[in-house]
Design a protein around this ligand. Structure first.
Ligand code: DGL
Length: 282
């Protein structure tokens, strides 16, 4: 019996909001032939302060939704959802290739000269087993200085990349680390690469920032190659977006963050936590 060829199907990517667009950007660069479905669960943002069980339930249903829409591989473009749900997702969908995220503590530990590294991530990421495990495996000889940057995700969701409030949040997070002598900062939340220019303005040019998105894109390529799922031909309709909040607002922030647009559809959470497409489209 001939096997079905899934190579023309899209890659599914999700995050709590627009943060995963930093990963989408890297995947578009690495894999220009691939079609992409992107879902931002903005009805539930921020995920950071939520319970692991809640984030896990959202992630399972979003995965199911993206698979129903034809996704051939799922990228969990959210450190928080990866920390809370990746292990269970792999167990529940054993035939689906998943790419997840973990704070890039390993490359930071390899490059720091001062032995002092800053990590910016959400509370759920810091309390998850994934973070504990990367720290134990790769950062035994490095001092880590962490911050959850309260309010930063909301600023980026609003597209306020250079607002005084955004500046103030980053100053408060970075100054104590800089005083300790950090020379490397890990973007442990997919929203944060969008404020790297602001971070650099505060730290100066000698502090190195690590955005894990290019490594995630390379891992996506690797899994597609391994599964013979790479799309051989250019895709005429490369991107479709879904949000559980307001498509018009998503579209505006999308073009601000990526300089690109695409159709944005609304999805709605039902009371039983199932996700459905609605007719609202932007
Ligand atoms: N973008 C998500 C991450 O990478 C977090 C944002 C949120 O708290 O919802 O962790």
């Amino acid at each position: 019996m001939a096997s079905i060829n899934h190579s023309h199907q899209p890659i599914g990517i999700f995050d709590s909001g627009v943060g995963g667009l930093s990963v989408l950007r890297a995947i578009r660069h690495e894999l220009p032939n691939e079609a992409i479905l992107y879902l931002g669960d903005q009805a539930h943002i921020p995920y950071g302060p939520r319970t692991k069980a809640q984030i896990r339930d959202f992630s399972i249903e979003i995965t199911r939704f993206l698979l129903d829409q034809g996704a051939k591989l799922i990228v969990v473009a959210c450190n928080t959802a990866s920390a809370a749900a990746l292990h269970d997702l792999r167990g529940l969908f054993p035939d689906v290739p998943f790419v997840g995220m973990e704070p890039a503590v390993k490359p930071a530990a390899e490059t720091t000269q001062t032995g002092k590294v800053g990590v910016l991530a959400t509370p759920t990421t810091f309390t998850g087993d994934l973070y504990t495990s990367v720290v134990e495996r790769f950062a035994r000889d490095v001092s880590l200085y962490t911050s959850t940057c309260p309010g930063l995700v909301e600023q980026i969701e609003a597209g306020a990349l250079d607002a005084p409030e955004t500046h103030a949040i980053l100053e408060a997070a970075l100054h104590p680390m800089l005083e300790e002598g950090i020379d490397t900062i890990v973007m442990g939340c997919t929203h944060y690469p969008f404020v790297i220019p602001l971070i650099r303005a505060i730290t100066g040019p000698d502090v190195h920032t690590i955005d894990p998105a290019p490594a995630v894109a390379r891992q996506t390529r690797h899994l597609l190659e391994q599964g013979k799922l790479l799309n051989p031909a250019e895709n005429p309709d490369p991107m479709r977006f879904f949000t559980s909040a307001d498509p018009e607002n998503f579209s505006a922030v999308l073009s601000k963050l990526l300089g690109e647009t695409g159709p944005v559809e609304k999805v709605t959470w039902e009371e039983d936590l199932t996700l459905h497409k609605t007719t609202t489209k932007y």
